[in-house]
Write a protein that binds this ligand. Structure first.
Ligand code: AOF
Ligand code: ZN
Length: 344
């Protein structure tokens, strides 16, 4: 049976890009669950359903895509960014839903490292579906939204991105401490959109006192994004007795942890999987010293200061050969500024 030709490679690849886009669109909304994307192709290779993970406790990506496809899924292909789950957790097993819908083939990007949910690929193959693991297309112009979640399952702590804005000569503030508007409008808008995709934003008590940040994600018109990350302060100083400083955080609410390690343990336990560290220099140094930085978002502005405050506030190593190195994942031009994304 099943003399049906497999769908063309190019069709499978563009369906995967579409699935990755769908997963990317729900970043920040799914934790502790993964932001998965799924595409259903009919037997002719046409897209008949797209879906993404719903907030925790509700439908997985495959179920959303199958619902959209309806009867058109029969004999078709499912392309998903994560191996379909095989367990009954808060929802039923997606492997069984794919089989019941009459899906003939499944392409998945990442194996599921979650011991509770794994086994979907084997179950699908045992039921006679054509199952294969595929790799991410290079230069697809879409990022892999599952990277933070996959690391968090492996390390049992949130994925950490260190973010900073610096002048061309490597400073984050002038000698008088002024640091606002190093980067331009586009970069600042990008930062806000990025915040809305994270589970938490972390700063040190020093920055909370000095800058009185609100740590909110806002649209260009100043209104708040629907998803607000948790606001987190690390350090031992008491913000509640701070008088006139840290007023924004006191008004909006925040969580405080005494150390980097305790923060990551606490945030993971509360479901955070993808967090952004926004400074200052002391906190950035502490995260790097503990080897707890998985990615860096460096915003570089064409401004020169000659002297000022640096990204870090102390030596990480005594000699270059021992310095931690990162590799470049992406560069994005934002007006006159450049965002460079690095991974460990
Ligand atoms: C998702 N969305 O699209 C897929 C997931 O808590 P549960 O019962 O919803 O199960 C969550 C687990 O299911 C998750 O850790 C992952 O291993 C697997 N797949 N989860 O939220 C999805 N495909
Ligand atoms: Zn599932």
């Amino acid at each position: 049976m099943g003399a049906k030709p497999a769908i063309a490679e190019s069709v499978a690849r563009s369906a995967l890009v579409e699935a990755m886009r769908a997963g990317d669109s729900v970043r920040g909304l799914t934790s502790p669950n993964p932001p998965v994307g799924a595409v259903i192709l009919n037997a002719e290779g046409e897209i008949v359903g797209v879906g993404a993970t719903q907030p925790p406790g509700s439908a997985h990506a495959e179920i959303m895509a199958l619902r959209a496809a309806g009867e058109r899924a029969r004999g078709g292909t499912a392309v998903v960014t994560l191996e379909p789950c095989n367990h009954t957790g808060r929802t039923g097993p997606c492997s069984q839903a794919l089989i019941a819908a009459g899906i003939a083939a499944v392409d998945y990007l990442h194996a599921d490292p979650n011991p509770v949910a794994t086994g979907g690929a084997a179950a699908l193959a045992a039921a006679g579906l054509k199952v294969r693991q595929v790799s991410a297309p290079d230069a697809a112009g879409v990022s892999d939204a599952l990277i933070p979640w996959l690391l968090s399952v492996r390390e049992q702590r949130p994925h950490v991105t260190l973010k900073f804005a610096q002048t061309l000569d490597g400073f984050t503030a002038a000698i008088d401490g002024t640091s606002q508007w190093i980067t331009g409008t586009q970069a600042r808008q990008w930062v806000h959109a990025d915040r809305a995709r994270r589970d938490a934003i972390i700063i040190g008590t020093g920055t909370a006192f000095a800058d009185d940040p609100s740590l909110t994600a806002r649209y260009p018109d100043g209104s708040l994004s629907e998803h607000q990350p948790r606001r987190v302060v690390i350090g031992r100083r008491d913000l509640t007795a701070a008088g006139d400083v840290a007023r924004n955080l006191r008004r909006l609410g925040y969580e405080q942890y005494p150390s980097v390690e305790e923060a990551l343990v606490g945030l993971y336990a509360e479901g955070a999987r993808d967090v952004l560290v926004e400074g200052g220099a002391g906190l950035a140094s502490a995260f790097l010293e503990a080897d707890l930085v998985d990615a860096i978002s460096a915003y570089v502005a064409p401004v020169l200061l000659g002297a000022g405050r640096g990204v870090l506030d102390r030596a990480l190593v005594q000699t270059l050969a021992l310095a931690p190195r990162f590799h470049r994942v992406e560069t994005i031009a934002l007006g006159e500024d450049v965002l460079i994304e690095y991974a460990r």
